[in-house]
Ligand binder design. Sequence first.
Ligand code: URP
Ligand code: ZN
Ligand code: ZN
Length: 476
Amino acid sequence: MRPVAAARGKEGKNVGKTHIIGGMVATEEGLQRADLLLENGVIADLAPAQAAVHGVGDVVDATGRLILPGGVDVHTHLDSHLNGAVTADDFRSGTIAAACGGTTTIIDFSPQIPGHTLHASLAAHRARAEGRAAIDYGLHQCVTDLEAGSLEELPGLLEAGVASVKAFMAYRGTLMLEDNSLRELFVAAAALGIQVCLHAEDGDAIDELATQHVSAGLTGAKGHHRSRPPKTEVDAVRRAIAMIRETGAAVYFVHISTAGAVREIARARAEGLDVMAETCTHYLVLDEEVYDQDEQVARGYIIAPPLRDAREREALWEALRTGALSVVSSDHCPYCLSEKNSPAHADFRTVPNGAPGIEHRMLVLYSHGVHAGRITIEEYVRLTAANPARRFGIYPQKGTIAVGSDADLVILDPAGHTVINQTNQHQRVDYSPYHDWKVHGRIERVYSKGVLVSQDGSFVGEVGRGRYLQRYERAK
Ligand code: URP
Ligand code: ZN
Ligand code: ZN
């Protein structure tokens, strides 16, 4: 097996020793009282809790605290030039926000620049990240234009450490691939062992509904919501699964939001197709009623797919428990409200889709999932760290707490609270979808490769210390 990730950065050699004692270490197997030794950027020792620690280095008392694997967020859009708009966070602000929120690894989407090759697009995105990241990062490459000879470029992507691409079944004229192109991509990707991340929404049905709603005068956020009913997701997922069955492609469905799509995915997995799916924090905790608010505020929730009702939401939680959904990502795609409400957008169709979330995924899911009794701590670890790391070829370097793994850790006080709002966040946006929410749990410390990067909500790490993760292989 080839190495799954970039060599440990040279910074690892100079990282001093840290003992974290007395905490409850959370893994997929459960909780155990254990002491940890972080040395040279990795977990050097993991042993049942001792009464005292001897030796040199910092000693951190984590009594009464949970020690979690650093979050792995495989769905972010930093410095993303997509569909004519640029996201508000670049790799500096976005990875600082991630670190403060307990995420220590991201895999970001590199957009295909219209008319350019995948390699030119990837090089441009790598340049945006280089020297700016505070935590480790990998990249997926979006494939939105097969005319540019993209299929011939796929082997080169693997050489560059990009083992996953993203395709869209929506946004005709800009990002969308027709079914015949998607099928070609599936065939080529399957032959190379490249995974396809798929945005499954029925673009043509959505465009038709959008035209109807705008003609009827429904030009705001409500029009966006009504143009993307659950059926548009379910139909696209069903169509995609038929193509997966035909081609043998490995597909990761991004931002799944409906019970119907979950059912299709569960069936496909039971059939043995190489399919996995994520949902995102906001689909688990926010309601479609947000579109009834004042238009200025409602535009903050113009995302694709849109938010759903309580029935769909409960089905997503259930799917996290059964394993039909395997990952919770942020789909961090931040645009300021000022941008979303710009007079340049005559109706919802040109408002950039996306919302911030990289900073609050870990805490919101902890509070509404673990604290609320909806998921166990083991499931939480699996959904936020282990499963995404495994699926995207960076496990066990990332995604777990084990001897030899990178010392990427979160120390969380389960008895503490955190208030989320746009004034205390590190995300560079003028709103938060969770404005003034008080959530259970407080992140006290975050370590990236053995170095403290966040303490009590402040960033104390070093920008540029994050390294590019070269990914080659993927677990099923
Ligand atoms: O609204 C969303 N999800 N924007 C981000 C781009 C995407 O489709 O993931
Ligand atoms: Zn998408
Ligand atoms: Zn996205």
